[in-house]
Design a protein around this ligand. Structure first.
Ligand SMILES: [Zn+2]
Length: 486
């Protein structure tokens, strides 16, 4: 693990930072006491890699995988229909940080670098007075790709052979924050633990979690037996198109659930520790994921397609007011107005995060941002989206889901289309494309119009060469080079 600070760290002069923050808040420095009711809130953005929404307790999963996150959800606006734009780590986080779709920001394959002309969420918050820190645990969030821009402190754990687990991540965050008093603070915490692994079993978790969720493997289960292991096993099933038994699929899901439960516990511990240090008093907490995971729900493993198990991710937004703290946390909102936790049913997507935070904190979203603020939905109103869009950026699928529940997935090579109605068929088992050709044509036209509107990949500046040992390690992790299974 290594740290990479792109700017002078937390030791900056507090008054200088306060000056920027106070200017952003529209008053004058040196006053010491805040005369306005509104003060810029802290923002804690938690991205837990590889979390399919339907395996979370909060979204109705039958097993109690995520009781600690459910506690946060009770004090949050829970988004029932939050969608990643792509099932891959690099482009999905790219959308989270730029407000653009993958084909526009251009971080679509290993080695692409974000153009310095595309502002990131961290840069924007930094420019508006925020102290910024990121703790990340995936090669695809490397500073080399541009993700560290705007972070004063970017702690990138880049040992590809031994990723930093949630316990170590928490320890590093808490150690760092103990020396920090400045506010407002934007803290980005990324956890990699639910992702598939490269040693032994396809998904690993500490024994107290695997004991609770995982039984003996069925006879048909071949991973981790010394011949083929971990993610390589899952990639092999994809490559050779080998179907596994229902019992083996269940066993894989059990292993995954154990990792999810471990991460849930540690996210709970982090929130508890930050709370006890007084760091959540004025903090907007956002929890989401970059994509889900599939267990041959639709014929494949890992995360390579546009079905619900890959695209629908958790999203909770907890304003301090929802946890009984004084508000308003968003600029321009009335003081003392109660803001209730709840469930939001409208569609939202990762490109919407940047404009939502911009609206809350009170700065304009930059040009070329393609998302729409969902802040009104955080406050109990409606979302504005009529559709969300998907793209596997590297292999063959793209798709559209409309607010009325109709979803089209289009394969480019070979060309085919599948139409699903999620309200009546949430598991996407019944293709209705032959019964509704006019709807297929309408959705195809909407998808084409979207692609034309978001435009070409002008967000990528450069391409770097990824070292061979990193390629090899990524392949051991199940990433097949020509399929962008990232
Ligand atoms: Zn990921």
């Amino acid at each position: 693990m290594a740290s990479n600070s792109t700017k002078p760290g937390p030791g900056r002069i507090r008054c200088a930072l306060a000056l920027v923050a106070v200017i952003a808040a529209g008053t004058s420095c040196g006053a010491g006491e805040e005369t306005h009711a509104w003060r810029a809130p802290d923002v804690l953005l938690i991205s837990v890699d590889t979390v399919r929404a339907d395996h979370l307790t909060t979204y109705g999963y039958a097993r109690e995988t995520t009781p600690r996150i459910a506690e946060l959800a009770r004090d949050s606006m829970v988004f029932e229909r939050a969608y990643a734009p792509t099932p891959h780590t690099l482009p999905s986080h790219g959308s989270l940080f730029t407000g653009r779709y993958p084909i526009s920001h251009g971080l679509v394959k290993r080695g692409t670098v974000l153009s310095p002309d595309v502002p990131t969420l961290a840069e924007l918050l930094s420019a508006h007075g925020y102290h910024t820190a990121g703790f990340v645990n995936a090669y695809f969030l490397s500073p080399e790709f541009g993700f560290s821009r705007g972070f004063e402190h970017y702690d990138f754990a880049h040992d590809i052979d031994a990723f930093r687990d949630a316990d170590a991540t928490n320890a590093d965050i808490l150690s760092w924050i103990s020396g920090i008093e400045e506010e407002p603070l934007f803290l980005f915490a990324h956890f990699f633990d639910p992702h598939s692994d490269w040693d032994h079993l396809p998904y690993e978790a500490p024994a107290d979690f695997s004991d609770r969720f995982v039984g003996d493997p069925p006879d048909s289960f071949r991973a981790g037996n010394g011949e083929v292991w971990a993610s390589m096993y899952l990639a092999l099933l994809n490559r050779e198109k080998i179907p596994v038994s229902a019992a083996a699929r269940r066993h894989l899901a059990d292993l995954y659930d154990a990792g999810l439960a471990y991460t849930d516990d540690r996210v709970g511990m982090l929130l508890e520790a930050l709370e006890s240090r007084g760091r959540l008093e004025r903090t907007i907490i956002i929890l989401t994921s970059d994509h889900g995971e599939e267990f041959q729900d639709h014929g494949r493993m890992l995360h390579t397609q546009n079905y619900e198990e890959l695209m629908r991710v958790p999203l909770f937004v907890s304003l301090p007011e929802m946890r009984g703290r004084a508000g308003p946390s968003c600029r321009g909102r009335e003081e003392g107005v109660s803001v209730q936790p709840g469930r939001a049913l409208g569609l939202v997507q990762h490109v919407d995060f940047l404009p939502t935070l911009a609206e809350c904190i009170g700065f304009p979203a930059p040009e070329r941002v393609q998302g729409t603020s969902f802040l009104s939905a955080v406050f109990g109103g409606a979302t504005k989206r009529e559709a969300v869009y998907f793209d596997t950026v590297g292999n063959s699928q793209r798709g559209i889901l409309r607010a009325d529940g109709w979803k089209l997935i289009e394969w480019r090579r070979p060309s085919k289309k599948r139409l699903y109605h999620l309200e009546t068929d949430p598991a996407e088992q019944q293709d209705r494309s032959t019964r509704h050709p006019e709807l297929v044509a309408t959705l195809t036209a909407q998808l084409e119009a979207h692609l034309a509107e978001v435009g070409a990949a002008d967000g990528a500046a450069d391409e770097i060469s990824v070292p061979e040992h990193v390629h090899q390690a990524l392949e051991a992790l199940g990433y097949v080079r020509d399929e962008a299974e990232d």
